[in-house]
Design a protein around this ligand. Structure first.
Ligand SMILES: [Zn+2]
Length: 287
């Protein structure tokens, strides 16, 4: 496989109508999605918009990967497709302007119907046997969906192999800094894709193997006043000076212990001071 003119040469290609006209992007991230559908060709046509004979005027992606590993490209990698929606990654907003969107054919979560069967995201009923025949599923809770335990249909092996090969190609061609999930960047709080059945860690490794993740990672404080502590917890005394860090202070992440981050202050009078802060008050700076 190879990429020429921002297209994977070997793949079927047709450009979606749902692409920002006359806008080019420099891809730095890859956002992984599922289609919330059972049928690959139907999702492809939906994401093609008018070009696929569908009424969809609001979404697209760069690639759709079917369960048999076949893929359709529907937007060149240097054009702005519409897959991320309102989104944020650390300090960066509008991921559509910075990312390649890959849709994997998968129905997403199904909720229990109370009788041993399942109801998919479109309200359609599926028996347990239908899910098993489709490839099986993982049972997992998800706070964004509700209080139940949900069925997450597995991705097909051929589909994951194909996605990995494509992502490896993208890492070599573009300055991809990270693979992210739609769930991770969605600011509306309801996206769940590609979900717990997707082997996300295997994809994140692709950039780490390529040496693109430079540590320490720069962050900015997003709280008005953030306590800098001597250890990873509220019980530890403040490091004084500076005691507290103001909003926007740049820090370098050295190490993370669950919700707590060990950081070095990177600017201002206290540059070089080390301590612990609660990680939710840090935004990654991408530059
Ligand atoms: Zn998505």
């Amino acid at each position: 496989m190879q990429i020429k003119n921002h297209r994977i040469e070997q793949y079927w290609y047709r450009q979606s109508s749902n692409v920002t006209p006359a806008t080019t992007i420099v891809p730095r991230f890859v956002v992984l999605h599922y289609t919330t559908g059972w049928d690959g060709a139907a999702s492809r046509d939906w994401l093609l918009g008018a070009a696929g004979g569908s009424s969809n005027q609001g979404s697209s992606a760069h690639l759709v990967i079917d369960r048999d590993g076949g893929a359709w490209q529907i937007c060149p990698f240097n054009r702005r497709a519409w897959h991320a929606g309102p989104s944020r990654l650390g300090s960066l907003r509008d991921l559509n302007s910075h990312a390649i969107g890959i849709e994997l054919v998968n129905p997403g979560w199904l909720k229990p119907d109370g009788l041993g069967g399942w109801i998919d995201g479109h309200g359609h009923h599926r028996s347990d046997q239908q899910l098993i025949d489709f490839g099986g599923y993982l049972l997992a809770p998800h706070s964004r969906v509700g209080a139940d335990v949900y069925a997450w249909p597995r991705f097909a092996d051929a589909q994951i192999r194909s996605a990995r090969a494509i992502c490896e190609l993208l890492v070599h061609k573009y300055a991809i800094q990270a693979f992210v999930t739609h769930e991770q960047i969605d600011t509306r709080g309801w996206k769940t894709d590609p979900g717990p059945a997707f082997p996300m860690a295997a994809f994140s490794e692709l950039v780490e193997d390529f040496g693109r993740v430079h540590r320490p990672l720069r962050h900015a404080v997003n709280a008005t006043r953030l306590n800098l502590r001597g250890g990873p917890g509220l019980g530890f005394e403040r490091v004084d000076p500076p005691g507290q860090l103001g909003r926007g202070t740049l820090v370098d992440l050295q190490h993370q212990d669950q919700d707590w981050a060990y950081i070095e202050v990177a600017d201002g009078d206290h540059a070089g001071v080390l301590g612990w802060v609660h990680a939710s008050y840090l935004d990654r700076i991408w530059n």
